[in-house]
Design a protein around this ligand. Sequence first.
Ligand code: ZN
Ligand code: ZN
Length: 264
Amino acid sequence: MSFLYETHLHTVRSSACANSRGFEYIHLYKERGYSGIIVTDHFYNGNTAVSRNLPWREWVNRFCRGYEEAREEGERQGLDVFFGWEETFDDCDDYLVYGLDKDWLLEHPEVRNWTRREQYLALRAAGGCVVQAHPFRQHSYIRRIILSTGCVDAVEAANAGNYEQSYDALAMRYARRLGLPATAGSDIHETRQFYDGEIFGVYLEKKMNSIADYAEAIRNHGITGIAAGPGRCDYHGNEEVILPVEIRDRYDRKIGKNWKELLK
Ligand SMILES: [Zn+2]
Ligand SMILES: [Zn+2]
């Protein structure tokens, strides 16, 4: 028996680039046989739809509305909905954060000013985890690829929002080279993706009772499989990287290593 979960989903309430409300997704994931979804809206330093001029408490309350609307409908229809977020650094690299809740956020306003290393250490200490999202994406808004090799628990290998298959192939290769678990997610921004795109996810052996279960599964290499298009993560060795690549270590320091060397 295995259970399928969406790990990367945006709502228009909290992500400036999304188009669908949280509740609109519920019946679609149910029909596809998912056990649950994790809402991961763009966080404070990313493409958030919530004004940064608001006091922290109010910011968190509004940020969580996207998730709460999804959860309320999930409860009605019988689909589990969990909370996470996606934080951005240097307008370049994104991290999916799982395991913590609204109350924790309310008590930790310093989360806004973290470095990658501070994020990783604080999240781990609190029982959460950090997954680098689509590390090899080369869309036009990204200036450079930043690979955080030491401040993450896992790598999102397959991302249905990536335009090129090669980005996923490189990410899977990268995850394997680092010895980290590989995840998959749809990075869905609107329900239309169900009709003109692809829907990804991860398989777990046990049903999740809370988002802490997912963080634990990641940290303990408990993901039993990924749902992604056929061949999506197949690495051929001739994948192109046109953006500059910056590699960072566990102290979040830039190291001089070449990405080709890292993936060899
Ligand atoms: Zn977005
Ligand atoms: Zn995303």
